[in-house]
Design a protein around this ligand. Structure first.
Ligand code: UDP
Length: 244
């Protein structure tokens, strides 16, 4: 991420990395693909090695989405709780992969499940980060009718993160789908209001609004490119910065 004035990297002490559940399914189209989970864990490690404190939120869409369940006749709130439980599975998989890389990690759930992971206590989560543990926030916000984008924005605000890094398949926000349009143009920066007005698929509207209220920049970058996460922090990578 380039600093406008210095042209160099912007030092961020603490960041939130948000990835969708689908990022973990690799080529198989469903569930967890261990080599892909390992690859992403290595991306996280390469940033962690620089001393940046890392929070993570992982979605659950590779396993279950509430809207899918309710479209199939399930009660929406039940389906949403199933979606939140799916995020816990993903968080545990990522914890395993990170610990295999030698990184101390805590999974903290918005829905208490003491035998599996820690409950969410803000001050305790901050302490883990200060001790350089990667903290994975699981079970979304703990409430139905929300998404993990909103959970990531909420926790990033509570943890005083300098930015939310949204890892996707593309290297930023485009004016139209770059997979379908050769002439799609990537924004270097864009405001929260423009994202909302143009209905650009960055994060859902409540997450964007919450980020705007808290002045939290959202950095959209490609998690598919090797070294992608670190390259954004050291200023050499391509991304879109949502702010203003
Ligand atoms: N979810 C929820 N409340 C939250 C976060 C998530 O009810 O605070 C449920 C919701 O059903 C959602 C599912 O968990 O569909 C998985 O999260 P999400 O769709 O955000 O995952 P992603 O698309 O990022 O993989």
């Amino acid at each position: 991420m380039q600093d406008q004035e210095t042209g160099g990297a912007i030092p961020l002490k603490r960041v939130m990395l948000k990835i969708s559940g689908e990022a973990l399914m690799g080529p198989q189209g469903f569930g967890l693909h261990p080599p892909t989970v390992e690859r992403i864990a290595k991306e996280v490690k390469s940033v962690h090695d620089t001393g940046v404190e890392i929070c993570m939120v992982i979605g659950g869409g590779n396993i279950f989405r509430g809207l899918q369940g309710s479209a199939q006749g399930m009660e929406r709130t039940t389906a949403d709780y199933m979606g939140m439980l799916a995020t816990v599975m993903n968080a545990l998989a990522m914890q395993g992969a990170l610990e295999a890389q030698g990184i101390h990690t805590r999974v903290i759930s918005a829905i208490p499940m003491d035998q599996v992971c820690e409950p969410y206590i803000r001050r305790r989560a901050v302490r883990h980060l200060e001790k350089k543990r990667v903290v994975i926030f699981a079970a979304g916000t703990g409430n139905p009718y929300f998404t993990t984008d909103t959970a990531a924005t909420l926790r990033a605000s509570e943890m005083s993160c300098g930015a939310i890094f949204k890892g996707t398949k593309v290297d930023g926000v485009y004016d139209k789908d770059p997979a379908q349009h050769d002439d799609a143009v990537r924004y270097d920066t864009i405001t929260y209001d423009e994202v909302l007005q143009k209905h650009l698929k960055v994060m859902d509207a409540s997450a964007i609004a919450l980020a705007r209220e808290n002045g939290l920049p959202i950095i959209v970058f490609s998690l598919d490119a090797e070294g992608g996460f670190r390259s954004i922090l050291d200023g050499s990578g391509t991304c879109t910065r949502v702010e203003g």
